[in-house]
Design a protein around this ligand. Structure first.
Ligand code: AMP
Ligand code: MG
Length: 391
């Protein structure tokens, strides 16, 4: 059995990053930038109006002043107009500021009188003008290599005219569930059977971290069929095998992987739940063996598989988001492994939810966060602890 941090480091050391690729901006969501991106245009790119109103020279304005409207500048091509004292130009949001104008009076603050306006408010220089470069200057880093491309990142890249971006490679994955007791969804349960719920769980977790699930198969606890299924699925970059990684006579995953020439790097990690975790490689395929208990599968996925997949996709930040929260009960880890307590983080508080056993799926379904308690760690109600958010 190895320490959790050592296991994570070992997994990440063996992981190969996928080759980067060019994608159109509209396909870049949830990918990771494969290089740094810099602005080539300032934002805004020219001084423009923040309001529908009138472009004026502020020094020639004041309450009750009358100005002659000498033209109109809508958003679009610059009409190259010029405003002088005593004059105003009708202007709209996003339109370029006419020469001579240093402020915009919003239309709500004027009374229109034929070809003139009467000002109902004072005007200061800079009022309702968006200055060139006030948001972003030229040459600024706008996206860092390894950064997640989110909707706003896409908009920022688009504002610079990028039609395509280089992002980290795709990860294709297969899932194999094992166990004679498992019945497929939509079938009738026989006595002693349970529904196979981990494949869909793992599929959802894989999809959420950006992997593309190409194959989901179930195997009975039978070495031959497991071997056949493994042979079909090691062509993918990631294989997640669920169940059968423990020490019982029906736990065939490790020996079957061995018979196929897999290199087993890790088996058994000091983590609760999730001790029988396995990691190995067959050729280019990274193989993760997760315990069958649903909560163990969930926790080991988040702590080991998720960071590995993110790294393959070129991400820099491999951790779940961490936030401080106030503990609402006393908690102590009296076990011999770090314990991931499942619970709910709400309004800055963290409360453990439901039974904390590795089969207790209902409690997990009501939780959105994990508190890691190191061996011997004791926390009291009111302590502020760092928790990992998973939903
Ligand atoms: P195993 O790791 O194969 O020893 O399984 C441990 C526990 O997890 C047993 O109670 C299994 O019935 C349960 N289990 C294993 N695989 C699944 C699955 N795919 N869906 C739901 N429960 C499972
Ligand atoms: Mg089993």
């Amino acid at each position: 059995m190895i320490a959790e941090e050592e296991a994570r480091t070992k997994v990440l050391e063996k992981i190969q990053m996928r080759a980067s690729r060019r994608v159109s901006l509209s396909h870049a969501l949830n990918c990771f930038a494969a290089e740094d991106y810099f602005s080539s245009l300032p934002l805004p790119n020219f001084d423009n109006s923040a309001m529908d109103g009138y472009a004026v020279m502020a020094s020639a304005c004041g309450v009750a002043k009358r100005l002659r409207v000498i033209g109109e500048q809508p958003a679009g091509l610059d009409r190259q107009l010029r405003v002088s004292p005593g004059e105003a130009i009708r202007i709209f949001t996003g339109a370029p500021m006419p020469a001579g104008a240093d402020a915009v009076v919003m239309q709500e603050d004027v009374t229109r009188d034929g070809s003139e306006i009467v000002l109902n408010a004072n005007v200061d220089p800079g009022d309702f003008v968006r200055r060139r470069g006030c948001d972003l200057t030229e040459g600024q880093k706008i996206v860092a290599k390894g950064e997640l491309i989110r909707p706003a990142t896409i908009a920022l890249l688009a504002s610079q005219g990028f039609a395509e971006v280089t992002v980290g490679g795709e990860v294709d994955a297969a899932i194999i569930s094992t166990g004679d007791e498992l019945a497929g969804l939509g079938t009738e349960l026989q006595p002693g059977q349970i529904y196979e719920s981990n494949s869909v769980l793992l599929q959802a977790l894989l999809q959420r971290c950006g992997a593309s699930v190409k194959s989901v198969q179930h195997c009975r606890d039978d070495a031959d069929s497991l071997r056949k299924t493994l042979e079909q699925t090691i062509k993918y970059s990631v294989l997640v095998i669920n169940g059968g990684v423990s020490v019982g006579e029906h736990d065939l995953v490790q020996s079957t992987l061995g018979s196929l020439g897999a290199k087993i790097d890790i088996w058994r990690v000091a983590i609760k739940p999730g001790k029988p975790f396995l990691f190995g490689r067959i050729r280019e395929c990274a193989v993760f063996g997760l315990p069958g208990n649903p909560v163990s599968a969930f926790i080991t996925f988040l702590q080991f598989v998720r960071p590995a997949i993110l790294m393959m996709m070129g991400a820099t930040n491999l951790d779940l988001p961490k936030v401080p929260a106030k503990l609402i009960v006393d908690l102590q880890n009296e076990g011999d492994r770090p314990h991931y307590v499942r619970g709910k983080c709400e309004n800055g508080n963290f409360s453990p939810i439901g039974r904390q056993e590795s089969h207790a799926l209902f409690g997990l379904s009501q939780s959105n966060a994990l508190l890691r308690l190191a061996v011997g760690e004791a926390r009291t109600r009111g302590d502020v602890v760092d928790i990992q958010l998973f939903d």
